[in-house]
Write a protein of this length. Structure first.
Lengths: 303, 660
C-alpha cells in the first residue's frame, strides 16, 4: 500500500478543514486523527478498497482465506473471531470510531464502552445489497471525510463490472446458477437478492434461480435439483469439500447432467458471500474470466 | 430393571397394522413418483437417470436405514433390558458428529479418505464411553440414557465451539447433522444393505442367547451362557449397524426407539417377533417420513430435513412411553468413599470461598495485552476492568449456579450423572433463541434474552406438567427432561440446516460464552445467584433424606412430593438463569458435585454449597483460559470447560467404578 501515507495526509487535511468548518457538529466530522476499527468483514474490505487502513479488524486469518482481496496490511491488529471479538485487544488499539453492522448488534453496548460505534448494514432483508454496499462506502466516506475515495471506489467497481459486461456481450442473457457444494449430495444456490445475484444482473447475465432467498443462499438442496436447470452455466464457489470432489468425479448422475456433460460449469476461487464492493468486483472478474474461457478447463474435475 | 408393561391392545393385530403401514408407504411413494418435475429440453433421458440414480436409491436408503435403525434399537433394548435405549439416546450420532467436526477442523485429509469411517469411529467411541460410564450402575436404563444425553449435549457444544473457531465448511456439517436422504447413487444403500444383511444373520445366530437375555443375568448364566461376552457381542452388532447409517446419511433420530415400541403396540409379544417386526416397521416409518418430506418440499428445498422430522417424533414418543416405564426404585447412590470427613465442613467451605475469590482476583488482573503477558495495574486495570469484571462476575455466578443445580439434581434423583442439563431448561432456552433469530434476524440483545427466557420457562412448565401428570418421580422427571431435550435438539438441527446468518449467533450461545454479559447483567446474575443459593441452607434435611428413596424419606416424616417439587423448581431456576446469560455450560454442573464429593463434602446443604463454589472455581478457570490460550482469539468458554473438565470427570467416574 504505497499510496497509503499520501492518502492519509489528505485525509488529515480534509478532516482538519471539516473540523474548522463544522465546529460543534458531530464529533466524527472533526476527528483529526481518526483511528478506525471494524468488526464486519464487508466494511473492512470497503475501507481497504478506499485506501483506508483500520487500526483493528476481526478474524483476519480467515478473511485472508475467504475474502482474499483486498490484501490486509500487516499493521492491522487482529481482534479475534467476529462472533467473539476480543474487547480488551480492541481497547488496546485505541480506536476513535468503530464500524459495526446488524450482524453484531448484540455487542454494540460493549463496543460503545471503547469508542463511538457507527452501524452500517449491507445485508438486510428486502434490501438489494449492492446498493447498500455503495451506501456503506458513501457513509464511510462521510465519516472519514473521504467522500472522494468512496466515490472513486464506487466508480471503479461499477467501471470494472461494466467492462466485464462488455467483454461478455456475446453471452448476454445467459442463465447462471451460483452455488456452493455442501457434500456430494447437496448444494445451496445464491438468489437474485444476494450480492452475487445482483452482480450477475449487472453483468447482463440471468440468474437461473428464481426462488426466494434471504439476501444470501438458499437452504440446502439435493443434487438432483440441478436437473431442473439443464441450460444454466454452473458457477461453483470454492471451497469444494474434498470428499464431494472425490465422489462426484465418479457419479453417474453428476456426470450425466447436461451442464457437466457440456462442460458448462466452472469452479471459482473463494469469494465472501457477505462481502462489499471489492467482493463484487472480484466476483465479476473471476466469473468473466471463467465464462470467457468457456467452462471448466481442467477436464471436469472439481479439485 | 425396567420393563415395558404395555397392555395388549385389543383389536390390533400385527398383520393388519403392517399392511396398513405398507399401503400408506406405497401410496405416498406413488405420489412422489407422480410429482416428479418436468425437465425442460433434456436432450437425453435425464428423467430416467433421475429415477434410477436419485429417487429409487433414496427410497431404498430410507427403507434400509430405517430397518437397520429398527433392528439396532430392538437389539439394544433387549440386551440392555432398557425400553428407551436406542442409537440416539446412547450418543452414537453425537459422537459421530464430533468426530466429523474434529476431522474437518484438524485433519481434512481424513475426510477425503473416508468421511464414513471417521463418523463411524466417533459413534463407536461415544457408545463405548456411555457404556463405561453406566457400567458401574449395571447399565440401569435411566442412567444409561442420562449418560448418553449428557454426552450428546457435551459433544454438541464441543462441535459448535469447533465450528465457531474454524468458521468454515460449516454448511456440510449442518446438512449431515439434520439427516438428509437425498441420493445421487446407490452407494449408501448398498453399504447399509450389506451391513444390515450381516447383522440380520448375526441376530439369527444369536436368537437363543437373545431370548435368554430377557432373564436376569443370574438366570441366564445358570442356563450356561457367558452373559457379559454375549452382551458385548450383541451391542457391537447394534452399534455397528447404527453407526453405519449415521455415517452414511447423517443423524436420523429415534427410529430405533420408535420401531420396537410400535412393534409391541402392534401386538408383537415374543422377543423373536419384536426383533422381526422392528426392522420392518422402522423401514416403513422412515420411508413414509421421507416421502412426506419430499411431497412437502418446494422448489426452494425441503421444508425440514428428514432426520430432523423423525427426530421431532422422538420427544413425544419418549413421553408416551414414560407412564409405561415401570422402574424399580433406583439403586441407592453409592458415593465414592470420601477420603476424609470434615468435623467442621464450614471451614472447608470457607477455604473454597477464599480460593474462588483469589481465582477471581487473579482473572481480573492477569492477562495478555498486544505485546505479551502482563499484570494489569493502575489506569490500565481500570480500563480493562470494564470488560474483565462482568466476565469474571458472570463466570463465578453462573458456575456457582450450575454447580448447585447439579448437586441438587443428583441428590434429587440419586443419579450421579444427572446434571442441570437434564431438566431441558437450557434446551428450551436455545429453541427460544432460535425462534427469535428466525423471526427477527436483526434482533437486539434485549429481545434475544427475552426469547431465551421464554423458551426456558416454557420448557420448565412442560417438564413440570409432565412430571406431575406421571406422578412426579425422580425417574419420570429425568426422562421428561430428556424427552424435551431431544425435541429441542431436533428443532435446533433443523434451524442450522436451513443456514442463514442467525445460525452463527446461535452457535455462539450453544458453545457457551461469558463474553456478552455487560456489567448490569453481571450484577443481576450475581444477585440471582445469591437469591437462589441462600434458600438451599434451609433445605439441608430434604437433601439428606431424599436420596434414601421416597419410601424411607416419607417414613421419616418428609413431605416427599412437595420437597421434590420445590427443589426441582430451585434447580431449574438456577439452570435457567445461568443458561440465559452464559449458555448451556452443562459440564460445570456435573464436575462441581463430583469434586465436592471427592473432597468429602457430600452432606445435605454443605454438598450444594461446596458444589457451587467448585463450579464457580472451574468456570473462572475455564473462562480465563478461554480468553488467554489463543489471544486475541477468544475460544468459547464451553470448549475450555469441556477440555478441562471432561477427561477429569470420566476419569473420576471410571475410578469410582473400581473402588466404589
Amino acid at each position: 500500500m504505497s499510496a497509503a501515507p499520501h492518502l492519509n495526509r489528505r485525509a488529515l487535511l480534509a478532516a482538519g478543514v471539516a473540523a474548522l468548518a463544522l465546529r460543534g457538529a458531530p464529533a466524527r466530522a472533526q476527528a483529526p486523527d481518526l483511528r478506525l476499527a471494524t468488526v464486519d468483514w464487508a466494511l473492512l474490505e470497503t475501507l481497504l478498497g478506499m485506501g483506508i487502513s483500520p487500526v483493528a479488524a476481526a478474524e483476519l486469518v480467515l478473511f485472508r482465506e475467504v475474502a482474499v482481496e483486498p490484501p490486509v496490511p500487516a499493521s492491522v491488529v487482529d481482534i479475534g473471531l467476529r462472533g467473539a471479538v476480543n474487547f480488551e485487544a480492541l481497547r488496546l488499539t485505541r480506536p476513535s470510531l468503530i464500524l459495526s453492522s446488524n450482524f453484531y448488534g448484540w455487542m454494540e453496548p460493549k463496543l460503545r464502552l471503547i469508542a463511538p460505534v457507527e452501524t452500517l448494514s449491507i445485508y438486510r432483508t428486502g434490501r438489494p445489497p449492492y446498493g447498500e454496499a455503495e451506501a456503506a462506502a458513501m457513509a464511510i466516506g462521510a465519516l472519514t471525510g473521504r467522500e472522494d475515495a468512496a466515490r472513486a471506489l464506487i466508480d471503479a467497481v461499477a467501471g470494472q463490472i461494466d467492462a466485464c459486461r462488455q467483454r461478455l456481450a456475446a453471452q448476454a442473457g445467459r442463465p447462471l446458477l451460483v452455488l456452493n457444494l455442501g457434500d456430494s449430495r447437496h448444494f445451496r444456490v445464491f438468489g437474485a437478492d444476494s450480492l452475487f445475484g445482483e452482480v450477475i444482473a449487472r453483468l447482463g447475465l440471468a440468474n437461473a434461480w428464481g426462488e426466494r432467498t434471504f439476501y444470501a443462499a438458499s437452504a440446502p438442496l439435493g443434487l438432483e435439483a440441478l436437473a431442473r436447470f439443464p441450460e444454466a452455466f454452473l458457477v461453483i464457489l470454492r471451497p469444494v469439500p474434498p470428499d464431494a470432489a472425490r465422489v462426484l468425479a465418479t457419479s453417474a448422475l453428476w456426470n450425466a447432467l447436461p451442464n457437466i456433460r457440456a462442460r458448462r460449469f466452472a469452479v471459482l476461487d473463494s469469494v465472501d458471500p457477505f462481502g462489499g464492493l471489492p467482493t463484487a468486483a472480484r466476483f465479476a472478474r473471476l466469473l468473466t474470466a471463467a465464462l470467457l474461457e468457456g467452462g471448466s478447463g481442467n477436464g471436469g474435475g472439481l479439485g | 430393571m425396567a420393563e415395558l408393561a404395555l397392555p395388549r391392545p385389543t383389536g390390533m393385530r400385527p398383520l393388519p397394522f403392517g399392511l396398513a403401514l405398507s399401503a400408506l408407504g406405497l401410496g405416498l411413494f406413488a405420489l412422489v413418483l407422480m410429482r416428479r418435475p418436468d425437465l425442460p429440453g433434456a436432450a437425453f433421458d435425464l428423467d430416467e437417470l433421475l429415477l434410477w440414480h436419485s429417487l429409487l436409491p433414496r427410497a431404498a436408503t430410507a427403507l434400509l436405514a430405517g430397518a437397520a435403525l429398527g433392528l439396532s434399537g430392538a437389539l439394544l433394548q433387549r440386551v440392555l433390558r432398557n425400553p428407551i435405549a436406542d442409537p440416539s439416546t446412547l450418543g452414537i450420532a453425537a459422537g459421530a458428529q464430533l468426530a466429523l467436526t474434529l476431522a474437518l477442523a484438524f485433519a481434512p485429509a481424513l475426510l477425503a479418505l473416508s468421511r464414513e469411517g471417521t463418523a463411524f469411529a466417533g459413534g463407536v467411541a461415544a457408545v463405548a464411553l456411555v457404556l463405561a460410564l453406566s457400567a458401574r450402575r449395571g447399565f440401569e436404563p435411566v442412567t444409561l440414557v442420562v449418560a448418553g444425553m449428557t454426552l450428546s449435549l457435551m459433544a454438541g457444544a464441543l462441535s459448535a465451539a469447533l465450528i465457531l473457531v474454524r468458521g468454515d465448511y460449516v454448511f456440510a456439517l449442518f446438512i449431515w447433522g439434520a439427516g438428509s436422504l437425498h441420493q445421487q447413487n446407490w452407494e449408501p444403500a448398498q453399504l447399509i444393505g450389506t451391513r444390515l444383511a450381516l447383522a440380520a444373520g448375526a441376530t439369527f445366530l444369536l436368537r437363543r442367547p437373545l431370548g435368554l437375555m430377557a432373564l436376569d443375568d443370574a438366570g441366564a448364566r445358570s442356563l450356561g451362557m457367558a452373559v457379559q461376552g454375549m452382551r458385548l457381542a450383541v451391542i457391537a452388532v447394534a452399534v455397528a449397524l447404527a453407526a453405519s447409517v449415521v455415517s452414511e446419511v447423517g443423524v436420523i433420530g429415534f427410529v430405533g426407539l420408535a420401531a420396537p415400541a410400535l412393534a409391541r403396540v402392534a401386538g408383537a409379544r415374543r422377543p423373536d417377533a419384536v426383533l422381526l417386526a422392528a426392522p420392518l416397521i422402522g423401514a416403513l416409518l422412515l420411508w413414509i417420513t421421507d416421502s412426506l418430506v419430499q411431497l412437502t418440499a418446494g422448489n426452494g428445498g425441503d421444508l425440514i430435513p428428514t432426520g430432523a422430522a423423525v427426530g421431532l417424533l422422538g420427544g413425544p414418543l419418549l413421553l408416551w412411553l414414560l407412564p409405561r416405564l415401570r422402574a424399580a426404585a433406583p439403586p441407592l447412590s453409592v458415593p465414592a468413599t470420601p477420603r476424609r470427613r470434615w468435623r467442621r465442613p464450614g471451614r472447608a467451605l470457607a477455604g473454597l470461598a477464599v480460593a474462588a475469590l483469589l481465582a477471581g482476583l487473579f482473572a481480573l488482573v492477569a492477562g495478555r495485552d498486544l505485546d505479551g503477558w502482563a499484570l494489569a495495574t493502575g489506569p490500565l486495570l481500570t480500563e480493562l476492568l470494564a470488560f474483565r469484571a462482568p466476565r469474571v462476575v458472570a463466570a463465578a455466578a453462573a458456575g456457582g449456579l450450575l454447580g448447585a443445580a447439579g448437586a441438587i439434581m443428583q441428590k434429587l434423583t440419586g443419579n450421579p450423572l444427572a446434571g442441570p442439563e437434564v431438566l431441558g431448561v437450557s434446551a428450551g432456552a436455545g429453541v427460544g433463541l432460535a425462534a427469535a433469530l428466525l423471526l427477527a434476524p436483526d434482533a437486539g440483545p434485549g429481545l434475544l434474552l427475552a426469547a431465551s427466557a421464554g423458551g426456558a420457562l416454557g420448557a420448565l412448565l412442560l417438564v413440570l406438567a409432565i412430571a406431575a401428570a406421571t406422578g412426579f418421580g425422580a425417574e419420570k422427571l429425568l426422562l421428561a427432561g430428556i424427552a424435551l431435550g431431544c425435541m429441542a435438539l431436533a428443532i435446533l438441527s433443523a434451524f442450522f440446516a436451513a443456514g442463514g446468518p442467525g445460525s452463527f449467533l446461535l452457535l455462539a450461545w450453544m458453545a457457551g460464552t461469558t463474553d456478552r454479559v455487560d456489567l448490569m447483567q453481571a450484577a443481576i446474575l450475581a444477585a440471582c445467584a445469591l437469591l437462589l443459593l441462600l434458600p438451599v441452607a434451609l433445605a439441608g434435611r430434604w437433601l439428606s433424606l431424599l436420596p434414601l428413596g421416597a419410601g424411607v424419606a416419607g417414613s421419616l416424616g418428609l413431605r416427599v412430593a412437595a420437597s421434590q417439587l420445590l427443589l426441582t423448581l430451585l434447580a431449574a431456576a438456577m439452570t435457567g438463569v445461568a443458561a440465559f446469560f452464559v449458555g448451556p455450560l452443562s459440564l460445570v454442573g456435573l464436575i462441581g458435585p463430583h469434586l465436592a464429593r471427592q473432597l468429602g463434602l457430600n452432606r445435605g446443604a454443605v454438598f450444594v454449597f461446596a458444589s457451587a463454589l467448585i463450579g464457580a472455581l472451574v468456570l473462572l478457570l475455564a473462562d480465563w483460559l478461554a480468553r488467554m490460550v489463543a489471544f486475541p482469539y477468544q475460544l468459547p468458554t464451553g470448549l475450555l470447560a469441556a477440555l478441562v473438565g471432561g477427561p477429569y470427570l470420566i476419569w473420576l467416574l471410571q475410578r469410582g467404578d473400581r473402588h466404589g
